[in-house]
Design a protein around this ligand. Sequence first.
Ligand SMILES: *Cc1c(COP(=O)(O)O)cnc(C)c1O
Length: 433
Amino acid sequence: MKYYSTNKQAPMATLQEAVVKGLAGDRGLYMPERIKQLPSSFFEHIDQMTFQELSYTVADAFFGEDVAADDLRRIVYDTLSFDCPVVQVDDNIYSLELFHGPTLAFKDVGARFMARLLQYFIRQDAGERVNVLVATSGDTGSAVANGFLGVEGIHVYVLYPKGKVSPIQECQFTTLGRNITAIEVDGVFDDCQALVKKAFLDRQLNEHMRLTSANSINVARFLPQAFYYFNAYARMKALGKADNMVMCVPSGNFGNITAGLFGVEMGLPIRRFIAANNANDIFYNYLQTGRYEPKPSKQTLANAMDVGDPSNFARVYDLYGGSHERITSYIGGATYTDDAIRETMRECHARTGYVLDPHGACGYRALREQLRPGEAGVFCETAHPAKFKEKVDEILGIDIAIPDRLAAFMKGQKQSVAMTREFDDFKAFLLKE
Ligand SMILES: *Cc1c(COP(=O)(O)O)cnc(C)c1O
C-alpha cells in the first residue's frame, strides 16, 4: 500500500517510509491510498471475536500488504496486552475505557503499535539501531517511552522541561531505564522541541546515528486507534445495542476520532460521530460556519485537548473531499467550558457513581445532550481519572485510588541526564552515544 500526503506535493511513500518519516516532505499528513472494505460476514460475527482477533482483521486491511501475516499478528497481540472494555454508565450511555494500558491513556495503543512496527522494519533491513527523539510537555513522553520500552533495536530519548511536568508524569518516563533515556532540559517545552527539530536537520548527527520521531501524526500511531472502535461495536452488538450506535470522542488533535472515521469507511456500522471539545472550539466553529480558523490554544481542565490548530483536521478534510456538507453529515460537535466539565463530573458521579476524567466528561455530556430516541451512545474515556488525581479529588471531594501500575512508577528511582537548552551541548551528548 502506498501513502500520499494531504498536501499532494510530496511523492507517494511506502509504509516504511511513512512510519520512519512521520510527516511528508511537503509537511502534509500521510494517508493510505485505499481504505479496504471489510466483508459483511465479519460484522455479523464480530461479537464472537476477542478484541485481539478482530483487531488483527482490521490491521490486516491496513497493513497486510506490507507486513508478513505472522509478524503482524504478533505485533497486534503484543500491542493489545490490555483490554478496552465497554462499561455501562447511564441509560443508553456507555464508556469505552481506553485507560487500561501502561500509562493509563488511549495513546498507549498507538505508541505500542508503532514501536513494534518500527522494530519489524529494522529487522527486515538488518539496519543499525534507530533512535527516537521525542519532546514532551508530559503525556506524550510517557506513552512513547512505555510503548518502546524493551523493544530491541530502538533507543528513545525523551526531552522534557525541568520542573514543568507533574511528578506523576515525570516518573512515567524517568524511572524506566533500559532503552529509555530521559533528558531534563533546563528550559521550557519549546526549548525541548527546538532541540529535537535541530537534531533532525543536523547532517553530522544524522551521519552518526539513525534518528526518527514518534509524533502523534505518524500513521503507525494513528491508524491502530481504529481497533477499539470495532471493539466498541462488537461489545455493543453482544448487548443488543449496536443497531443505532453513536460514538462520541473527546478531541484535541483529532487523531483519535479520525481513526474511528476510517473504521466507518471500512464498513463499521456506526451511525454518526460527535467530536466533544473543551473551550478550544475550532472544529466546533468549523461545523457551524464551514470556516476553519485556527486560534492560539486556551488552557483548560481537559488539558490534553488544548489544541488551537488540530493537525488531523487535514485528514478529516481529505477523507471527505473537503465537503463541509459531508463532514457535518457524519460528525456533530460540542464545546464545554471548565465549569461545564466540573458540573458534568459531579452530576455523573452523584447520580451513577461513575468517575469521569475531565476529558471523558466532555464526551459523556455531549451524549447526554445530543442522543436521540432509539440511539445508544458510547463515549471514549480517554484517560484514567487518577491521572488527574488532584483535579478529580478536588472536584468530586473523593480520594481516588491510584492504580497499581501507576503507583509502581512512583516507587521507581528517577534517572535523567541534565541538559542545557544549547543545541551544541545536546549534539555533543548524542555524538558520544
Ligand atoms: C491526547 C488526548 C486527547 C485528544 O486526542 P486527539 O487524538 O488529539 O484528539 C483526549 N484525551 C486525552 C486524555 C488525551 O491524552
